[in-house]
Design a binder for this molecule. Sequence first.
Ligand code: HEM
Length: 404
Amino acid sequence: MGLPLSLVRSLDLTDPATFAAHDPRDIWPEARRHEPVFWHEARDGKPGFWVVTRHADVLAAYQDADRLGSARGTVLDVLLRGDDPAGGKMLAVTDRPRHRQLRQLLLRAFSPRVLGPVTERIAARTLDLVRSVTGRGSFDFATEVADELPMNTICDLLSVPDGDRKELLRWNKMALSSEDPDSGELDALGARNEIVLYFMDLALERRASPGDDVISMIATAEVGGARLTPEEVALNCYSLILGGDESSRMSALVAVYELARHPEQWDALRAGEVALDTAVEEVLRWATPAMHFARTATQELEIAGRRIRAGDIVTLWNTSANDDETVFASPRAFDLARTPNKHLSFGHGPHFCVGAHLGRAGLRSLLSALVATVGRIEPHGEPERVHSTFLFGYRSLRVGFRPR
Ligand code: HEM
């Protein structure tokens, strides 16, 4: 059913408390039906912005990169404060033609030659971790398992020394201030600076003596006839962590939580009645870790009959698009066998997630390790949600894994 439209129109979508108070899926159904594109009024000194809710409109907006640009920023929180300082330098917040050049470079980090060994390591690491917590009674899946997975994968990709990884994870959680409602914007800014400075040092080191790793590759390549500056190298290394760590971690947490809550789905998965790859897509749809992405109109355009002016901020709500009943039958059912499954969890069009293959491989390894090792997944209390207007997921999830 969802919240009444009048209430939805009065919600402050810039406040993480809004998403803590409501299941994000309850916010959108009435808007999709009656006012699929609406204007969120300016408040508390923050500018207003457009809210796009239907699958077809979100998809078309992702595709329309010429009229809906990314260079001013793609996350609402950042855009409301002004332009993203990484604009034009970091892949995700760059527009054509520079975006295409940078993307070609970054895609080399995701070639089969690089990814083959990385995905093998993901599978082995995930199986070890799942085995280590199985039969142990109640444990926190967030800190004992999920924390260890994507960050290590991305650090493998970048050949970040083992000893530095814990610190990077801590900074990254602070940078997105998703763990602690009390951690402030200054802490977040400090953490982001630490990460960029850390990668600038590595970039200079590897430029001086390149190895066979992705940082060396980015640091020594030419883009549009010139090498990237150390800051650009660092920002693009950071963008892999920004794009890949939290989103993959959140989808792993949502997978385990939903399997614990839906024993019939877990049984079907264990019995091999559902293909792992099909199940992975439903976990991604259900989790929708990036609740929205945002754009800025570079010229006047229309979306669903609403006139958008040049300079307006436009937010695209993946959470709503992935629940659109005109695209998904019974969208509120967690159905691992769902096909087709045209979710927008990885976005669409020119900025489609470059790490989608890795994100999928991580989830596939998790489901496969659970099926091989675990008999029953027992919920132990309610999980704690992350505190964010951007990310959906959990910072703590207590469960027990009974051995097969
Ligand atoms: C882009 C989601 C995993 C790196 C995106 C976008 C989405 C997304 C929705 C589009 C952003 C936009 O249009 O503005 C996810 C989800 C993941 C995941 C849900 C896991 C379940 C990863 C991984 C990496 C990664 C593992 C890297 C190792 C990136 C980068 C971009 C991106 C660099 C920018 C691409 C561009 O602008 O051309 N991701 N992602 N992501 N993602 Fe992912």
